[in-house]
Write a protein of this length. Structure first.
Length: 215
């Protein structure tokens, strides 16, 4: 499995996404109500994804009916539901660490890959565009890394409406399941700045749905 960002996003990630959908479908057909709800949520998500590996290239993906395909050309702006940009060296480091820790094993990685699609998130956003930066501090060998994200935006934002800042060690703890985003925020380890009220509103709505078994 390649840990080169462009190759991973074009070749590996769509395959993992498909496996994640099949895992959900198998559980749903076996009577798992939570898996059935999650499958419906994933299959209902539509639109294109624009991923920029800074300094190395761009990847375009499309979601429809629970299937993820790679697009050869940039999609129309109106179709893009998610746009993300991150430094290539940071992505390469994280993929390498995930591979070394066994986190890119198919079953684990497929579950995470399928978690990137949500009709309920799209419905919660409506027509709103959410433009923000995630700033990770104290990244080994890299220092501070900024990831630019647009939900309902056609390109990664140069100027965010809000920022979310955390230490690398806290990000790793969240990735390993030791803490969740809500705990980081309440503990002051996830620092927000700017107009993030809408993000909190949507986050709480999705947390409540997840606790109710709807996600």
């Amino acid at each position: 499995m390649s840990t080169e960002p462009i190759t991973f996003l074009k070749d590996t990630f769509p395959t993992l996404f498909s496996k994640g959908v099949e895992q959900l479908r198998t559980k749903a057909e076996g009577g798992d109500a939570r898996a059935k709800n999650r499958l419906q949520d994933v299959e209902g998500a539509v639109g294109a994804v624009f991923l920029e590996v800074e300094g190395e290239g761009e990847v375009y993906l499309e979601l429809e009916d629970g299937k993820m395909t790679v697009l050869e050309t940039k999609p129309d702006d109106a179709k893009v539901k998610l746009a993300v940009a991150a430094p290539g060296e940071a992505m390469r480091m994280l993929l390498g660490e995930a591979h070394a820790a066994g986190e890119l094993e198919e079953e684990k990685a497929a579950k995470r890959a399928v978690g990137t699609a949500s009709k309920k998130l799209q419905e919660a956003l409506g027509e709103d565009a959410m433009l923000f930066h995630i700033i990770v501090e104290d990244v080994p060998d890299l220092g501070t890394v900024t990831v630019r994200v647009a939900l309902n935006g056609h390109e990664p934002p140069a100027e965010p409406k809000f920022t979310a800042t955390m230490k690398f060690d806290d990000l790793e703890a969240a990735r390993e399941g030791e803490v969740n985003v809500q705990q980081l925020f309440m503990g002051g380890k996830l620092r927000m700045a700017g107009d993030y009220s809408r993000a909190l509103q949507i986050g709480m709505q999705l947390i409540q749905q997840a606790q109710a078994g709807q996600l």
